[in-house]
Write a protein that binds this ligand. Sequence first.
Ligand SMILES: *Cc1c(COP(=O)(O)O)cnc(C)c1O
Length: 362
Amino acid sequence: MSNQFWSDIVGELKPYVPGEQPKEGLFIKLNSNESPYEPSPKAMQAMEKAIHGGLALYPEADATPVREAVAKYYDIAPDQVFVGNGSDEALAHVFNGLFRHAGKHILFPNITYSFYPTYAKLYSVPYKEVPLADDFSLDLTPYLAASSDEVAAIIFANPNAPTSVALGLDKIEQLLQAQPNIVIVVDEAYVDFGGETAIPLIKKYPNLVVIQTLSKSRSLAGIRVGFAFGQASLMEALVRVKNSFNSYPIDRVAQAGAIAAFEDEEYFQKTRKMIMDSREYLMAEVKRLGFQVLPSSTNFIFMRHPQYDAAKIAAALREHRLLVRHFKQAPIEQYLRVTIGTQENCENLVNALSEILSKGII
Ligand SMILES: *Cc1c(COP(=O)(O)O)cnc(C)c1O
């Protein structure tokens, strides 16, 4: 698969494959870890207001008002915040701006966010995958033993995806202490559902980058806003890359929505609690149906059934108009990743699973 007009690298790329986005209404989407709840009403109002004022003009290039609002929220400085068009863009700039060192490679877990190998290919960053422990927890040993002569960076999601398992902040700090000459990137896309953020550690560790997003816990996947946090000199590398690529990645509507979302703490707390409560319900119910479920600190669960094939369960759920995510890759090919929807969505899922398993349809 290639074309004479393509740049050399294009045929080599392995583009990320997102979860299916079907036509609205036909399916209950439990396959992309989006929030089942609308964004904060205050964020909606702020975005409506932004639509009616100033769209003929370019937005604030470095999203400074957003950086100030988020810095205040986390009690850090605005120059310790970088805003990207989704955290995927912030991650891309991290790969491009911090990971490309001649003769060095990067490390990440063999089971993690599949955009990491994609970006590594795009930016020609050599990488090695480090196996997770048998229980899918992250074993620090190989990362603690890495040599900074060979390894430029370590990146992982915490809590990890698609496994949903979290690593304690004490372990992150242990790694930072052991590896002062390696960039450590902690992708906290799901941290608001029960993890502990490493943001307070950026003051102490000049090699730490933390990534967060508004796409999951703040119900704003549709406006594409994500962050990198770190000391100002690291953030400057990302700004330099951004301004060599697209100076205005966050539009005016997105900036207004992001600021208002951080100001509506009450709505944030309410919706994330509803999701965590539904998660506990769903976990208990699927266990009752015989599924094995990993401990989850995220807005999804990762589960397998000892008797039934995961791909077949996913196909049967699709017949019930429920979409879940199945990864065809070893050693997780018998697992399903199920996003926590509304309580009603979770109940629908339990009913469908119960019917599928009891009727022996698969
Ligand atoms: C969803 C997700 C992201 C991407 O989030 P966006 O801000 O929507 O680009 C990044 N990392 C992980 C681990 C995710 O699951």
